[in-house]
Design a protein around this ligand. Structure first.
Ligand SMILES: [Zn+2]
Length: 73
């Protein structure tokens, strides 16, 4: 099961494995092509360890910048 955000309706949709049309392995992530249960169109959902790492790294960077703003050297 995958949880995707439909770009058409903006709703979060729970997608079963039977709705997965293709899985494409990219260098930085895995692209999962699914038929959306919300709107019936095909969407590409990117997933994978590196995507999560990049997301965490970006969040950490924001937190560090915020801390620097609060505590000027
Ligand atoms: Zn959709």
């Amino acid at each position: 099961m995958l949880l995707i955000t439909c770009p058409v309706t903006g709703n979060r949709e729970l997608v079963g494995l039977s709705a997965v049309r293709a899985v494409v392995n990219h260098a930085d992530a895995i692209a999962v092509h699914v038929t959306c249960p919300g709107c019936g169109q095909e969407h590409v959902h990117r997933t994978g360890r590196r995507v999560e790492e990049a997301r965490r790294a970006a969040a950490l960077e924001v937190a560090v910048r915020r801390a620097e703003t609060l505590l000027p050297a």
